[in-house]
Ligand binder design. Structure first.
Ligand code: ADP
Ligand code: MG
Length: 359
């Protein structure tokens, strides 16, 4: 079966460490997305699983076999890249069967595998076309077809949709999900796009500077981010962060911001009077409330039709408020805002520490 175990893996180029002790256990049939900012090491990690980069330290196992020194072609994996570069002089069928021909598989078996994959990907009517006669989405499907025909134990995707326009990306995302529901092949999918990562994954892994910040179900990372980095990275628009100091009077704790606004905190014994905190609240967890003492001035209103995004200045702090219902708000308005109880977070210390608590 197609499990992938990454055990304390490091990668250095010369003196520079790029991957710093990553461990991940990916179960057979699981769809794991690897997400993080550009340059954090996603492709490097994936390429080590594929066998395209040497591992500096640690082990990678596919199906319980250590593959550190196994050639890519012998790892029973198939990889789809962002630049999938189809052979322009070959038909769709020949492009899809290419790897099998290299392997000197029987032509009849190749033909059958290509037809099956074409059926799954809705390419059967295009098998005789050349890449230049296809749309971007169709080309992307051919690239996936090349991976599918080999019936690998593991699919590795490296930002396969980045070259497509926004609408097509959303469509292909759904197709990849359907494909996984049908084939149940273990998949590791790299992307810098957190929406893509959230929507596709059984489990999402957030990588930052070569370290796993958090791994879990998409909803877990959204609701209970382990730290400020994850809280900031997951969710769109991003979580608002407001710095302040804890003040207690008679037990109830509040966070006093740099603009002297008072935000509600629970009476948490772990937080000392005077402690510096970062308060985090998602845009969809701020409500307009005329009775609230948390006052702000609206600076920009963006109406997307289905929702309204309000940017407001709470004193020196700028916040984003997401309203799902239609709101008559104009720039310059002075409004009160209330956080939804129980939906905010606060963070202590520097971003990157495991430092979260719920409010
Ligand atoms: P991501 O895919 O997350 O954008 P990469 O894994 O491609 O990031 O790269 C991670 C870091 O490793 C980057 O800082 C990149 O410059 C560096 N890097 C990648 N390949 C090499 C290489 N062959 N030699 C030296 N540095 C490299
Ligand atoms: Mg990359």
């Amino acid at each position: 079966m197609g499990s992938v175990i990454i055990e304390n893996v490091y990668k250095a180029y010369g003196q520079v460490e790029i991957i710093k002790g990553v461990s991940l256990h990916i179960e057979d049939g699981e769809f794991v997305t690897l997400v993080g900012p550009s340059g954090c090491g996603k492709s490097t990690l994936l390429r080590m699983v594929a066998g395209l980069e040497e591992i500096s330290y640690g082990d990678i196992r596919i199906n319980d076999r250590v593959v550190n020194d196994v050639q890519p072609k012998d790892r029973d994996i198939a990889m789809v890249f962002q630049n999938y570069a189809l052979y322009p002089h070959m038909t769709v069928a020949d492009n899809m069967g290419f790897a099998m021909r290299l392997r000197k598989d029987n032509p009849e078996i190749i033909d059958k595998a290509v037809r099956e994959a074409a059926e799954i990907l809705d390419l059967a009517h295009l098998l005789d076309r050349y890449p230049k006669q296809l749309s971007g989405g169709q080309r992307q499907r051919v690239a996936m077809g090349r991976a599918i025909v080999r019936k690998p134990q593991v699919f590795l995707f490296d930002e396969p949709l980045s070259n497509l326009d926004a609408k097509l990306r959303v469509q292909m995302r759904a197709e990849i999900k359907q494909l996984h529901q049908r084939l149940r092949t273990t998949t590791i999918y790299v992307t810098h796009d957190q929406i893509e990562a959230m929507t596709l994954a059984d489990r999402i892994v957030v990588l930052n500077r070569g370290v796993v910040e958090q791994a879990g179900k998409p909803r877990e990372l959204f609701d209970t981010p382990a730290n400020q980095f994850v809280a900031n990275f997951i969710g769109s628009p991003s979580m608002n962060f407001i710095e302040g100091r804890v003040e207690r009077d008679g037990g109830a704790a509040t966070l006093v911001t740099n603009s002297s606004l008072r935000l509600p905190l629970p009476d948490n014994p772990g937080v000392a009077d005077g402690a510096k905190l970062v308060y985090g609240v998602r845009p969809e967890h701020l409500r307009i409330d005329p009775t609230s003492a948390i006052k702000g001035r609206v600076t920009v209103v963006e109406d997307t039709g289905s929702e309204t995004i309000v940017l407001a200045a709470l004193g020196k702090d700028n916040v984003t408020v997401l309203l799902r219902e239609h709101a008559t708000v104009a720039s310059g308005d002075e409004l009160g805002f209330t956080p939804v109880p129980g939906a905010s977070q606060y963070f202590q210390g520097t971003p990157g520490l495991r430092d979260r608590s719920a409010v």
